[in-house]
Design a protein. Structure first.
Length: 141
């Protein structure tokens, strides 16, 4: 009921804009929120249906994401790219992924960090291309 109508700011089924920011955090993050609830919001653990097996909650999350045009493979790849960036000490860069195409958005420390971020993203298995929307912070100084 909540996700059909967008009650209490719940992301609506089939409305990609409602899911974009949440999806960028990855499917695992969304699943954790669905399983454990979101403090300070109307999102109760398992949507208030505590008897649901975790696997059914995961299926519901995947269904809502697919209706909004996102898929679990994209979320997994985005998470892998984020982990690769963290391993090379690149933080604060937003990662979006669609069918192996990765978009990096944000700021990095300098031009070398931009190159490092791109190389780390390209090294993730399954990444076909990397679009760079990352700028070195020094540009703004």
């Amino acid at each position: 009921m909540c996700h059909d109508a967008g009650a209490d700011k719940a992301p609506r089924i089939g409305v990609p804009e409602d899911w974009r920011t949440r999806f960028s955090k990855g499917r695992d993050s969304l699943l954790r929120s669905a399983l454990k609830g979101v403090p300070g919001s109307a999102m109760a653990p398992k949507g208030g249906f505590f008897q649901l097996p975790d696997a059914e909650v995961a299926q519901a999350v995947d269904y809502m994401l697919s209706r909004a045009g996102f898929n679990a493979e994209d979320a997994a790849m985005a998470a892998s790219v984020r982990e690769a960036l963290e391993r090379v000490h690149i933080f604060g860069v937003r990662v979006e992924c669609t069918d192996g195409a990765v978009v990096l958005n944000g700021l990095t420390e300098n031009a070398d960090a931009v190159r490092t971020a791109v190389a780390a993203a390209r090294a993730v298995p399954g990444v076909r291309e990397v679009e760079i929307r990352v700028a070195p912070a020094a540009v703004f100084e």
